[in-house]
Design a protein around this ligand. Sequence first.
Ligand SMILES: [Zn+2]
Length: 167
Amino acid sequence: MSGRIEVDRSLPPVAVPAIVWNELRGHALETVPEECCGLLLGKTAGRYERVVRCRNEMTRLHQDDPLSHPRDGREAFHMNEMDYVRIQQQAEEERVQVTGVYHSHVGVGAYFSGLDQASATEPLFPFPDADHLVISVEERRVRDIAVFRREMATGNFVGRVLCSEAP
Ligand SMILES: [Zn+2]
């Protein structure tokens, strides 16, 4: 498994609508001490116009089978399958795409961990073309939001800082 990928702060930030920014922050703060997760919808790749929350099932999975799921929801996320299937169907009906998958990190930075990369690239991951947004929460404050996008040319993930457009 490759190491973590940090945000490249030399790259220009990616701006998102203020409503998206506020929803990501709000969700991440509400679920502390656990990680939040969900999907972003938009008309085309690279656009994040709407945030739809998913339930994080990792604590339940961990409690049912700690050997298969050594981490709980404080250190990992697993999107509730019914939630994301429903959102995917809704997106199809509305002719929008799932352009991003987001989750938070509690007490650590907004990097793309080896575990995050492994789950994003596993063959059964439901949104192989989506970008990955990571919200870092430290001491009940959102420190950073980052977006990790796979570069066409190299296939590698590159991280940029996310910022809010003026409301
Ligand atoms: Zn992560």
